[in-house]
Design a protein around this ligand. Structure first.
Ligand code: CA
Length: 251
């Protein structure tokens, strides 16, 4: 179920010939809400950049044929895509290599091995630098403030601790306050439609989200359970205020 109101995903092109790294990065990036395309070939990468216009490129230095540095220079010389941010990956850790990588036009440089979360935070940092408006992106609803860049949440000024899934779930509800979402729709939007997750999983995360948002047990439950329909975020949910998070589920 596509949601036409949803923002287009940030598209990442991974240029890497080591399949295991591509798989790992793809999994982690998609989990974070990025759309991922990939190739292991430098020349194909140049074509894909022109055709698909990724928002950012993660580019390995060592590629068969054209090297990452050559791909990077090529992109920087190509008028219509020359401003695409590039994070260069390399097994080389020497200072000289780092400088060469950055000199070729990369925005950032990471030495292998690195952890996917580290790469994701570098990607976000690059966007913060090049698109400062994104860093100011904050959603607010009835005392809940969601900082989409810092990935942090507060309610009435106190920190709310959310797992990445609960964060995405709350984000989705906050982007469409008042709208009722079936569990299938939440699965599609938050988990993605290409993985199999049981419907009950949504209930489990809604329950955790409620608990996290009502950290002192005194706050109104803003998530309305709509029997046999799903869930909605509402300022004044019906009588189900202060509902027991363990039993209130969309049966
Ligand atoms: Ca490589």
């Amino acid at each position: 179920m596509a949601n036409p109101k949803e923002e287009p995903k940030t598209k990442v092109l991974i240029v890497e010939d080591e399949v295991a790294i591509v798989t790992l990065l793809r999994y982690n990036l998609e989990k974070e809400g990025f759309a991922v395309i990939s190739t292991g070939d430098g020349e194909e990468a140049v074509t894909m950049v022109k055709e698909h216009r990724p928002d950012i490129i993660v580019l390995d230095w060592m590629l068969p044929g054209m090297t990452g540095v050559e791909v990077c220079k090529h992109i920087r010389w190509t008028q219509e895509v020359k401003n695409t941010p590039i994070i260069m990956l390399s097994a080389r850790g020497e200072e000289g290599d780092r400088i060469r990588g950055l000199d070729s036009g990369a925005d950032d440089y990471m030495v292998k091995p690195f952890s996917p979360p580290e790469l994701i935070s570098r990607i976000k940092a690059v966007f913060r630098r090049i698109r400062p408006s994104l860093s100011e992106k904050v959603l607010e609803f009835s005392g809940i403030v969601l900082d989409l860049t810092a990935h942090s949440a507060t309610r009435d000024g106190s920190n709310v601790h959310l797992s990445p899934t609960e964060f995405s779930l709350l984000r989705h509800l906050m982007e469409h306050p008042g709208r009722v979402f079936a569990r299938e729709q939440l699965l599609d939007s938050v988990w993605g439609h290409d993985i199999y997750v049981e419907l009950r999983t949504v209930d489990v995360h809604i329950r955790r989200l409620r608990k996290a948002l009502n950290y002192d047990g005194k706050q109104p439950d803003l998530i309305r359970t709509v029997r046999s329909a799903g869930y909605a975020l509402e300022e004044n949910p019906d009588g189900a205020n202060y509902s027991n998070p363990d039993t209130a589920e969309a049966e």
